[in-house]
Structure formats: structure tokens, C-alpha cells
Design a protein around this ligand. Structure first.
Ligand code: NDP
Length: 462
């Protein structure tokens, strides 16, 4: 006789929750997964996947333009936004159906409801009549949700959720924020023909990225016609007929047909009964966890964006795998967060792994060492005949006393695909000498990483 209805109830059917449920079910555990939106979660339904489909769509604008340099004449068939959204939605439906199928085949019970934690072993689900379900283990994998500052008129704005489903493309869009989401959508809307103003409160976009990367991308975005207003804050938004007016704190206004906020995301924990059940949250509402994703209540785990560790889909999946080993295989397993690569699907895109120059400099200052920096800027071969002015930027950061490559960054065509491979080199401790000894593939941009010979002069040097 089982003491509880289930061995595991996962709350949230995003990338993390789905992976943990399937893995636990494969071990013979009795698993239910509760979801109140769409199975697949943020990444598949409202984030990475639909966003990347829109990025692909917007790239055709450049490709049609570039094609004339290659002899193609009049190759611009015109763009149909509703057709794109319909095709994208069809693909999301297909993916959601696949998720339902794999969960069902794994023996995981899907419950379409909102869950609250009544006590460490009881989950209540709403819906027809509501039910109390008991379980040995609870996994909180509820992700996050866009957050916005509470300024007057904020009710007029959209977030990335709505941006992926607009009925029509706006003529003028103002995007507030300088993070991943803001720069990605600025690139999409700009390439598809909207006039984009990006408003950032900081001096530069993409806080936390390498400064050369930030500068290179901002320069290319501006060359493409995106108006980046730095050190600018919006005080109020008013609606004038079908348009909006953004009143800036320092004076002046910006007019737009649509206003999008991408000012970060907050963990989805509110109203879930977690604190009442003894689960400690941090000041931002994220579930506090140990290295094994265990909360302050021993049988309640949390993974993914709701823990605000490293908000990336593959990291949530790795946390799910580790959590199942810890909770159900008697093998406490922690995720190694070192050398996790990431990309920004901006235009041009960014790929990055390892330390920024500032981080590497700080580490070496403490250790008394020094770093060498190699930077290359070049026109990608594709743009020679087309005449597009866009440049790629590559950067390596090397620890001088060990010769180890600490950081590898790229802004430019294919950067995410290129950096994915270099992530293996960095994880395995490759040195600059090993980079230099590697023979590149010609002609490729990736091969440039093996030809960086000129150290950037240090401040004060020639
Ligand atoms: P980020 O936290 O990356 O960026 C938030 C941006 O909003 C920053 O530029 C920040 O400015 C600005 N901001 C915050 N509060 C305010 C405010 N009150 N007024 C004006 N500006 C403000 O959030 P995103 O929404 O872009 O992305 C959320 C998460 O999603 C990221 O953490 C990322 O991990 C994930 N993601 C990953 C992607 C990928 O891997 N390709 C793509 C999209 C999302 P400041 O710098 O001054 O603080």
C-alpha cells in the first residue's frame, strides 16, 4: 500500500518539469505534472522557439537584399505577417502535441490546472471540483513571468508574450529594456520593417556581457536603423487615439504605435502556498535551493527559472536530470555551472562562453596574474558581394600564466552555432597554444579563432 497518491508531482510543464517527470517515470515512479498554461512552457510556447522562428523570418529581409549582389534581380516578394504568425502557431501546436505524447508514453499523468502547495506532501489542484493530491516529493518548476515597473500607463504595454502573437506589425514600436528579450525583438521588428526605438536606462545594452560584445552589437543595431536611447527612463505612458506617447523622465517624449516592455522576469511563486508550507523564498520570490535543487523543505525541490540561478533552458534540463538522480536514485548530483555557453539571437547574433574581459581581469587581479586579449573584426565573406556593411567581432581572453583560454566571444553571422563547439574547448581547459595548433576550415568565420595572433595592447602600450 502506497502512503501517497504519487511519488512525484511536478508543478509546471516547461522544459525542466517535463524532463524531470519523464526521467522519474522511467524509473518506475508514479508521476503527475500540473500545468495551467500550455505544455512546453515558456521556452517552447512563449520564448526561445517562437522567437527563433520570428528571427528566421526576419532574416529573409536581409537575404533578399543581399541576393542582388549575387545576381538575383527583384527578389523581394513582400511579407505577410499574419501568414507567419499562423505558420508559427501551427508549429507550436505540433510541438505541444509531441509533448503530450511523450509524457503519456512515459506514463506521466498530465493535470491541466493551477496547483497550490497545501503542505509538504499535499498539492491542491483547481478545476472541476478541485482535488487534494498527496505525494512523496514535490518539484516546483513554474518558471517566470515578465515583470514591469509600476509607472502610470503601464497597462497600455505589451510583453514578449503578446509580441509573438500580434494581429499586425506596428509601424513604430518602442521597446523598453536592454536585455536578451529586448535586443532580440528589436532586431525582429526592425528587419521586418517597423521603426524601432529601444530605450535603456543604462549607458549600454546587455549588462553582464563583455563590453566589446555590447559595443559591437549596439553599433550594428544602430547601423541597421534601430534608435537606441541610452540612459533614458520612461516616466509615464499615455494613449493618443491609436498611438502612444512615452514621457521621458529627463524631458521629451517618444511616439509609438506599440510599446513593449522587456524589463526582466520574476519567478512564478506568488499565491502557491510555498512559504506557508515552509519553503524559503528570496527577496525576489525565487525558491532558495541548495546545490542539489532542494528547498528548505527536504522533499520539495525547485529547478529552472523559478530558482533564478542561470535562466537558460538547457540549464533547467540539466537541473532536472540532477534532481531525479538526487531524489530517486540515491545519487546526490549537482549541476556544474562553469563554462555554460549562451547566445543572444540579436541581429547580428551573439555567442559567448566563459569569462568576460572584466571578469577575467578581476579574477587575475586577485590571483596576481594577468590576461591577454585578442580581438578581430572583419567583414563576413557573405557580405563582400552584397556590400552589406555588417562586421563580425571575435574575442579571446587568455590567462597569461597558464595560457588557458578563459573567454571566447563572438558577435556576427552564425555566432551561436560557432560558439557551441568552442564551449567544449573551454570546458576541457584548452590553451591558446592549442587553439593556435588547430587547423581551421577554409573559408569559414569559425576558423578565424585559430588565427588570432596579435595581442591587444594594454592601456599605455603602443
Ligand atoms: P534581463 O534581466 O536580461 O534584462 C532586463 C533589462 O531590463 C535590462 O536591460 C535592465 O536594465 C532593464 N530593466 C529592468 N528594470 C527596468 C526598469 N524598471 N526600467 C527600465 N529598464 C529596466 O531580462 P529579459 O526580460 O531580457 O530576459 C529574461 C531572461 O530570459 C534572461 O535572464 C535570460 O536568461 C532569458 N532569456 C534568454 C535568451 C537566450 O538565451 N537567447 C533569450 C531571451 C531570454 P539594466 O541593465 O539597467 O538593469
Amino acid at each position: 500500500m502506497n502512503k501517497y497518491d504519487y511519488d512525484l508531482i511536478a508543478i509546471g510543464a516547461g522544459s525542466g518539469g517535463v524532463r524531470a517527470s519523464r526521467r522519474a517515470a522511467a524509473l518506475g515512479k508514479r508521476v503527475a505534472i500540473v500545468e495551467n498554461l500550455r505544455t512546453g512552457g515558456t521556452c517552447v510556447m512563449r520564448g526561445c522557439v517562437p522567437k527563433k522562428l520570428l528571427v528566421y523570418a526576419s532574416h529573409f529581409a536581409d537575404d533578399f537584399e543581399d541576393s542582388s549582389g549575387y545576381g538575383w534581380q527583384g527578389a523581394d516578394p513582400g511579407f505577410d505577417w499574419p501568414a507567419l504568425i499562423e505558420a508559427k502557431n501551427k508549429e507550436l501546436d505540433r510541438l505541444e502535441a509531441i509533448y503530450h505524447r511523450i509524457l503519456s508514453e512515459a506514463g506521466v499523468e498530465e493535470i491541466f490546472a493551477t496547483a497550490t502547495v497545501a503542505d509538504p506532501h499535499t498539492v491542491e489542484v483547481d478545476g472541476s471540483g478541485g482535488k487534494s493530491l498527496t505525494t512523496e516529493t514535490i518539484l516546483v518548476a513554474t518558471g517566470g513571468w515578465p515583470k514591469m515597473p509600476p509607472i502610470p500607463g503601464i497597462e497600455h504595454v505589451i510583453t514578449s508574450n503578446e509580441a509573438l502573437d500580434l494581429a499586425r506589425l506596428p509601424e513604430r514600436i518602442a521597446i523598453v529594456g536592454g536585455g536578451y528579450v529586448a535586443v532580440e525583438f528589436a532586431g525582429i521588428f526592425n528587419s521586418l520593417g517597423a521603426r524601432v526605438t529601444e530605450i535603456i536606462r543604462a549607458p549600454q545594452i546587455l549588462r553582464g556581457f563583455d563590453d566589446d560584445v555590447r559595443g559591437a552589437l549596439a553599433g550594428e543595431m544602430e547601423n541597421k536603423g534601430i534608435d537606441i536611447r541610452s540612459e533614458t527612463e520612461v516616466g509615464e505612458i499615455t494613449k493618443d487615439g491609436n498611438a502612444f506617447s512615452l514621457k521621458l523622465k529627463g524631458g521629451g517624449t517618444i511616439a509609438a504605435d506599440l510599446v513593449m516592455y522587456a524589463t526582466g522576469r520574476a519567478p512564478n511563486t506568488r499565491g502557491m502556498g510555498l512559504e506557508e508550507a515552509g519553503v524559503a523564498l528570496d527577496g525576489k520570490g525565487a525558491v532558495k535551493v541548495d546545490e542539489y535543487s532542494r528547498s528548505s523543505v527536504g522533499n520539495i525541490y525547485a529547478i529552472g527559472d523559478v530558482t533564478e540561478r542561470m535562466n537558460l533552458t538547457p540549464v533547467a534540463i540539466a537541473e532536472a536530470e540532477a534532481m531525479v538522480k538526487t531524489a530517486f536514485e540515491d545519487t546526490p548530483t549537482a549541476v556544474d555551472y562553469a563554462g555554460v555557453p549562451s547566445a543572444v539571437f540579436s541581429q547580428p547574433p551573439i555567442g559567448t562562453v566563459g569569462l568576460t574581459e572584466a571578469e577575467a581581469g578581476a579574477v587575475n587581479e586577485i590571483g596576481g596574474g594577468a590576461i591577454d586579449v585578442y580581438v578581430s573584426r572583419f567583414t563576413p565573406m557573405k557580405y563582400t558581394l552584397s556590400g552589406r556593411g555588417e562586421k563580425s567581432m571575435m574575442k579571446l581572453i587568455v590567462e597569461r600564466h597558464t595560457d588557458r583560454v578563459l573567454g571566447c566571444h563572438m558577435v556576427g553571422l552564425d555566432a551561436p552555432e560557432i560558439i557551441q563547439g568552442f564551449a567544449v574547448a573551454l570546458r576541457t581547459g584548452a590553451t591558446k597554444a592549442q587553439f593556435d595548433a588547430t587547423i581551421g576550415i577554409h573559408p569559414t568565420a569559425a576558423g578565424e579563432f585559430f588565427t588570432l595572433r596579435e595581442k591587444r595592447p594594454e592601456p599605455g602600450e603602443g
